[in-house]
Design a binder for this molecule. Structure first.
Ligand code: PLP
Length: 379
């Protein structure tokens, strides 16, 4: 299904922008459409309120931003450069642009967000860097295919491969193990390429793998990580983390030109402080992962439903029989069906509860029962 055929966020309206605010919307049953539908976690909200007191220096010269950046250095056990931007598309695009010249190319998986969901922003912000696509199981580009893309052409007429971009967890909810990442790193090093990691859900990856953040970032050779705050419980804010600090040269100018340098930067940086300070980011991510696991286990038990990819973080992809799908839709459940290789995608967030999962499973089972009754009547 292409983007034009996407289901609207609110089923009864064509577009959120044309929605009349006075119209009642049943908000209770939207939890699984995306981890973007969740609100702010209380600590992020509280941090915004705290940061709101008084005035402070603008454009990232404030103490909140300095503290958040230092916490990232502590979490990653490394002297990295940290920047904050408003959203994931900007984080990925600007990070990639800082790794490439316009005549370079970025190799990524065919279903990567940078390819399918960023409206050409990576190419735009890098002034034309080409994205080359590799296929592979579970949202991970097959390394043999990546190597073929790197070595296939060495002539001046071909956009020179410069970056491998990977997503952790992948767009299909699967994870790279530290070992797999080391293999990506060694391939990149062998050919002098850099590594960009789209970590919109990096927190969920660390929580699921139970490894130190360094093990799936700089130790594996990642040069730049885009670490998602939005999907960790914020309203906005993504951290662009340069482990290779040479690559961050003039990144602040890049952000400014792209309209991504927040003048009141404290509102992007302060929410990270309570999350990073005492491991809260991992507790919330683990909660999202647990919900997804329960959902996956529950769906698997309903006859006719097939789980499409291993549930390793906070996404569940399932093939639903049409009657169950229609029944869920009619009961107000909302989830996407255009992401990945088809099927329904259920996304869990920091705020997904056991009750939410149980309610969805109940309605799936109800849909299954209705299907059986209809079949009996037709006999
Ligand atoms: C894998 C991935 N990367 C990046 C993003 C961030 O995108 P946005 O620009 O909507 O914040 C998302 C959001 O859905 C995502 O799923």
């Amino acid at each position: 299904m292409n983007t034009r055929e996407r289901q609207p966020i609110f089923p009864s309206e064509g577009s959120i922008h044309s929605r009349n605010p006075s119209q009642e919307v049943n908000r209770e049953k939207y939890q699984f459409a995306s981890d973007n539908t969740a609100g702010l976690c209380p600590e992020a909200l509280e941090a915004l309120v705290k940061a709101n007191a008084g005035s402070c220096a603008a454009y990232g010269e404030d103490d909140w931003t300095a503290e958040a950046a230092q916490l990232f250095r502590d979490v990653f056990e490394c002297d990295c450069d940290v920047y904050f931007v408003f959203n994931g598309t900007a984080a990925n695009s600007l990070a990639l642009a800082s790794l490439c010249q316009s005549y370079h190319s970025v190799i990524t998986h065919e279903k990567a967000h940078v390819e399918t969901d960023e409206c050409g922003a990576p190419e735009f912000f890098s002034n034309g860097t080409k994205i080359l696509l590799a296929s592979g199981e579970g949202g991970k580009p097959e390394l043999e295919k990546v190597e073929q893309l790197i070595t296939r052409r060495k002539d001046i007429h071909f956009p020179k491969p410069k970056v491998i971009s990977i997503t952790q967890p992948t767009e299909l909810g699967t994870l790279y193990s530290p070992r797999e990442l080391l293999a990506v790193g060694s391939l990149a090093r062998k050919h002098g390429l850099r590594i960009h990691m789209d970590g919109a859900r990096f927190a969920q990856a660390v929580a699921a793998l139970g490894v130190p953040p360094r093990a799936i970032s700089w130790e594996a050779g990642v040069d730049v990580l885009c670490f998602g705050g939005t999907k960790s419980g914020f309203g906005f804010s993504e951290a662009v983390i340069f482990f290779n600090r040479e690559l961050s040269r003039e990144f602040d100018y890049r952000c400014k030109q792209a309209g991504q340098l927040a003048s009141k930067m404290r509102y992007l940086s302060a929410p990270w402080i309570p999350l990073l300070r005492d491991g809260l980011w991992l507790r919330y991510a683990a909660q999202a992962n647990r919900s997804a696991q329960m959902l996956s286990d529950g769906l698997r038990r309903i006859p006719g439903i097939r789980i499409l990819y291993p549930c390793q973080a906070n996404a569940v992809f399932a093939d639903l029989p049409t009657p169950i799908h229609l029944s869920l839709q009619s009961r107000g459940w909302h989830y996407y069906t255009f992401i990945g290789g088809g099927g329904a995608r259920f996304m869990c967030s920091w705020s997904t509860t056991l009750k939410d999962v149980e309610a969805l499973l109940r309605d799936c089972a109800g849909g299954k029962k209705a299907e059986e009754e209809e079949n009996e009547q037709n006999i």
